[in-house]
Design a protein around this ligand. Structure first.
Ligand code: BG6
Length: 507
């Protein structure tokens, strides 16, 4: 990643290519991928020679597929209305290929289609395969792509390139993730593997490194001497919706903590990288994960809380409990909330707790990283009102921005002190909605920059930290449900942080 460069800057080379989407009729393609490709194209960020091929099992003509994608852009794009004139030309570069994922014939005919497109559209053999399919199909599809020479070897002499994007979950725990990795690496090189964690594509997440390392005032106090603790919150108002079957397999820890939250923690805690190359940035993130103190079974009761929502009210509307959701076991023990306390055993973070909480059906959608600084020394102002610690809050979403809480003298002779907020808001400063994470990530893959994608060792270290907990949870019966929809999670989570003399931030 080079967070200082904007997409489209002249120094990056963007080759002609074909993007092949497996699972092209699925939910992710409609909601995220199609609008992202449309926006990239409309903003002039796609290569001049570009084509997109949808690969899926349902029979469909090119024309029908194009119509469906247009409908997706109309429904899910961040800008409206659709640019009809642009779409009319753009759709000529979109094709549909019907096949089963395990059909040899399907891959042979795909190879023929792609080489015809190369001839007609000048895409020069470069390929991105986006696997928007359940993970159980990753090894099969990758093996077939390799078998039919659609994935090329990585070599200095090869002028064409091929890259594979895969969507999380990358495994279910440490052993299954390791197995997945060993299987796919038989066919593709790590440098061709783009593991999407869409949080890394968010503008505000990319800004963490700029904020920390392009401003001299923060880095000198970014350590145990000045910081009391760090809180990372990923709160969601939504429940499980139609994803009951998926969530029953996952739970909150696998769905959000193992990937998005551990990425946020790594970015906040890492050392400055030697440069902004993918390997330098990812090396530093891995060191953070390696320094997290392992949670052992005796820590679980003190450092971890899990929860599951019962029915309740969100914004005045009554909502059902998790066990009443579609495709959820009425006795399910799957967690929809998790709170954890970590320690990072390195020089910078000695003794600084990192509190993480994430959950579904909380009162509002809010993703935030809050750095609470140590109290100011002395008692100069102890009788003059509230003297709160300084807090730096990085709002990842919504209302993206950064706020600093400072103490201030209230005007007037009696001089009471009151905490006030200095607030930077992306929306009001830059005056435009940031691009969607998928736009940035697809574009990065096209230019061959995998900084904003998870490397295999990052994924593995994160699983290593959480797998003992997952195993412990699988063996112990939780007292679920234990929080009402529309509240901030189980009381045990408040008790966990209160034991340290702290409290969760009110968001
Ligand atoms: C996904 C999870 O990875 O992230 C979802 O599978 C979750 O359960 C989503 O809702 C949150 O993403 P965002 O961008 O809405 O914060």
């Amino acid at each position: 990643m080079n967070p200082l460069e904007e997409p489209g800057c002249g120094s990056r080379c963007i080759d002609p290519c074909i993007l092949v989407i497996f699972g092209a009729t699925g939910d992710l393609t409609g909601r995220k991928l199609t609008p992202a490709i449309y926006h990239l194209g409309r903003e002039g960020l796609l290569p001049a020679n570009f084509a997109c091929v949808g690969f899926a099992r349902r029979p469909k003509s090119n024309e029908e597929f194009r119509q469906e994608l247009k409908q997706d852009v109309e429904t899910f794009s961040r800008t409206t209305p659709i640019d009809e004139a642009y779409w009319k030309n753009f759709q000529e570069q979109i094709f549909y290929h019907r096949s089963e994922f395990d059909s040899n014939d399907g891959y042979q005919s795909l190879a023929r289609l792609l080489s015809q497109i190369d001839t007609r559209h000048g895409t020069r053999g470069n390929r991105i395969f986006y696997l928007s399919v359940p993970p159980k199909f990753f090894p099969l599809i990758i093996e077939k792509l390799k078998k039919f020479n659609l994935i090329y070897d990585v070599s200095e002499t090869e002028e064409r390139w091929s890259r594979v994007i895969i969507e999380k979950p990358f495994g279910h725990d440490a052993p299954s993730s390791a197995l997945l990795q060993t299987t796919i690496q038989k066919y593709i090189h790590e440098s061709q593997t783009y593991r999407i964690d869409h949080y890394l594509g968010k503008e505000t997440v990319q800004n963490i490194l700029v904020f920390r390392f392009a401003n001299s005032i923060f880095e000198s106090i970014w350590n145990y001497k000045h910081i009391d603790h760090v809180q990372i919150t990923v709160a969601e108002e939504i429940g499980i919706g139609t994803r009951g079957a998926f969530f029953e397999e996952q739970g909150l820890l696998r769905d959000v903590v193992q990937n998005h939250m551990m990425q946020l923690l790594s970015l906040v805690a890492m050392e400055p990288p030697v440069n902004l190359s993918a390997s330098a940035v990812r090396d530093e993130k891995v060191k953070v994960l390696q320094s997290i103190r392992p949670l052992t079974p005796c820590d679980f009761e003190q450092n971890v809380v899990r929860g599951q929502y019962r029915s309740g009210y969100i914004n005045g509307d009554s909502v059902g409990g998790y066990r009443q959701e579609q495709n959820v076991d009425p006795k399910s023990c799957v967690e929809t909330y998790a709170a954890l306390r970590f320690h990072i055993d390195n020089w910078r973070w000695a003794g600084v707790p990192f509190y993480l909480r994430g959950g579904k059906r909380l009162p509002k959608r809010a993703t935030e990283i809050a750095i609470t600084f140590k109290d100011a020394p002395g008692f100069l102002f102890q009788n003059q009102g509230k003297n709160d610690p300084n807090v730096l809050a990085i709002r990842i979403q919504p209302d993206e921005g950064i706020a600093m809480k400072i103490n201030c003298k209230v005007p007037g002779p009696s001089s009471p002190i009151q905490p006030v907020k200095m607030d930077f808001r992306y929306g009001s400063y830059f005056g435009q909605s940031p691009p969607e994470a998928y736009e940035r990530l697809i574009w990065d893959c096209m230019i061959g920059d995998n900084t904003l994608f998870a490397r295999s060792d990052e994924v593995m270290h994160s699983w290593n930290i959480l797998t003992p907990l997952l195993e412990y949870w699988a063996k112990t019966q939780p007292d679920f449900p234990n929080y009402s929809a529309g509240t901030w999670g189980p009381q045990f989570a408040d008790a966990m942080i209160a034991k340290d003399g702290r409290s969760w931030r009110l968001l």
